[in-house]
Design a protein around this ligand. Structure first.
Ligand code: SF4
Ligand code: SF4
Length: 372
């Protein structure tokens, strides 16, 4: 399965007229946004989506969630297998499709959720769906980096949907990011990149488990002048660029509500790279970044043609786990157009890096680790 780097989160189509659903999905298809998340449990929106993709089902990679229900309130969670089955079969029927690409184990944010899903009939139900060809692969969704790492290390899950944006990445892993989406960000705890989140991304890259990103715009707060925790709001393009430059991220999903919003999202793919630079926003948040690469690309261009952000990303992954030197990250590193061994120590990058990363030393380290 090959996903476009920008995908569609269909949540905001809930409650919309069919014309809006059809226009948004039509624009997404036109622009190669083929990854679509449909977690909503209500039949009305799912039927409209089914109608909109009816003649183009195979052009989409759908995420459908096992355990997403609307029993007690609009959006609810169930771990009861019979209920999960009823809603998942309802999803297939509403969409008018015989299969879902990723059957997602829904909303696993705590040890209790982990236990409920992986030590119950829910995971067995997902495995049966896969065995019977009703889903092509098993995924899972989470907002908690510690729990998400445990999920991907089960060996059962082939894709992770995770909440990624620069504000969440600066929050301690024990904080519930959804509280910030509801109640606003607490800037006093946002002091640097949270190590647990970085480890999650690196683990996914190592295990070759792709991440699809939810909350790319922090529920809209990061692009809102009134709600952004940063000195100024980020742009949609900057948020997408940030998500796509994390290790393992395959597709950043955006909750578009119109063809115009689809076009606004994909515009970043052809935008001036300078307009996507998010470093100013991050730099103003505290001293916790000094020396750590955030893969922003601000240090480019390199006269030797090294993609410094990518080379450093693969180096960081290899430093976490030497096993990847001859596979995954190591392979990706070797496929880069230029390598640490091409560095001429001009220092141009170090003078531009806002986070004082010892880039020349990193390039030397990359040569020691990868051999080139
Ligand atoms: S070395 Fe610095 S400027 Fe370059 S990608 Fe990393 S953090 Fe950004
Ligand atoms: S010091 Fe090396 S990595 Fe940095 S810009 Fe110069 S050649 Fe490129």
């Amino acid at each position: 399965m090959e996903a476009g780097v920008i995908g569609l989160g269909a949540e905001h189509l809930d409650g919309k007229e069919y014309a809006v659903v059809s226009e948004t999905i039509g624009a997404a298809m036109e622009h190669g946004m083929n990854m679509m998340d449909v977690f909503m449990p209500g039949s009305d929106v799912r039927r409209k989506i089914g109608r909109a993709i009816k003649n183009n089902r195979e052009k989409f990679i759908l995420q459908g969630h096992i355990g997403s229900t609307d029993i007690n309130q609009q959006y609810d969670i169930s771990r009861d297998v019979a209920t999960c089955r009823r809603y998942f079969e309802g999803l297939l029927a509403d969409l008018g499709t015989g299969y879902i690409d990723f059957g997602m184990l829904f909303f696993i944010d705590s040890e209790r959720h982990l236990d409920e899903v992986f030590h119950s009939g829910v995971v067995k139900y997902a495995e049966d769906l896969k065995r019977n060809g009703v889903i092509r692969a098993i995924g899972a969704s989470s907002h908690n980096p510690v729990i998400a790492r445990k999920i991907v290390e089960t060996g059962i899950v082939e894709l992770l949907m995770f909440s990624v944006n620069p504000a969440f990445d600066m929050m301690p892993s024990e904080k519930d990011v959804l509280d910030c989406v509801e109640g606003g960000f607490d800037k006093s705890v946002m002091l640097g990149m949270d190590a647990k989140r970085m480890e999650l991304y690196q683990t996914c890259e190592k295990l070759e488990i792709p991440i699809t990103v939810m909350k790319t715009l922090g529920g809209g707060k990061l692009v809102s002048p009134a709600h952004t925790p940063f000195a100024r709001p980020l742009t949609v393009g900057q948020c997408i660029h940030y998500a796509l430059t994390r290790p393992a991220v395959a597709s950043a999903l955006i909750g578009c509500r119109s063809g115009r919003e689809v076009e606004e999202a994909v515009a970043c793919l052809t935008a001036d790279p300078a307009s996507l630079d998010y470093t100013e926003a991050i730099r103003g948040m505290g001293a916790g970044f000094q020396g750590s690469c955030v893969y922003c690309g601000h240090c480019q261009p390199c006269p030797a043609g090294i993609d410094i952000a990518a080379a450093t990303k693969y180096l960081d992954i290899a430093l976490l786990d030497a096993d990847v030197v001859n596979m995954g990250a190591g392979q990706h590193y070797r496929e880069l157009a230029a390598h640490g061994s091409d560095c001429v120590r001009c220092g141009s990058c170090e003078s531009k890096c806002p986070f004082s990363v010892p880039i020349i030393g990193n390039m030397e380290r990359a040569v020691q680790v990868f051999g080139v």
